[in-house]
Write a protein that binds this ligand. Structure first.
Ligand code: AMP
Length: 113
């Protein structure tokens, strides 16, 4: 837990978020600036700065399973969705607590911008 980290503060409940689901390792909530009709973030409860710093396969598995669970709950399974982990500067990461974006409800484009 880092007091300076906005996502740690969401996990601890000291700042509000639209929580949608959680498991032992991970928490899911709605992105405050949605880029698609469904835009959720899935984060580890522990402070892990980015995918590059991740070491715990069980924790990463829990993140992916929760991403699939929230996509299912959003009704995205039949139409499809995208899971993204922006990592580092070139990856476009702005919040330095590992997170998976789950985006759906519209067709995604490739290559991404
Ligand atoms: P990234 O650019 O991949 O690091 O993504 C960070 C995401 O966090 C952005 O999509 C932001 O809109 C989102 N975000 C930042 N602060 C909050 C917050 N307090 N609640 C929900 N989403 C947030």
């Amino acid at each position: 837990m880092s007091d300076a980290c906005i996502f740690c503060r969401i996990v601890s409940g000291t700042i509000p978020a639209a929580l949608v689901a959680s498991n032992a390792h991970a928490v899911a909530f709605r992105d405050v600036h949605p880029q698609a009709p469904s835009h959720l973030l899935v984060i580890p409860r522990r402070h892990v700065a980015s995918l590059s710093e991740a070491t715990d396969g069980g924790e990463l598995g829990a993140l992916l399973l929760l991403a699939a669970e929230v996509a299912r709950a959003e009704g995205l399974e039949s139409t499809g969705y995208r899971v993204v982990a922006n990592t580092g500067n070139d990856g476009g990461q702005t919040v330095h607590h590992l997170h998976l974006h789950v985006l759906g409800g519209r067709a995604m484009h490739w290559p991404p911008g």
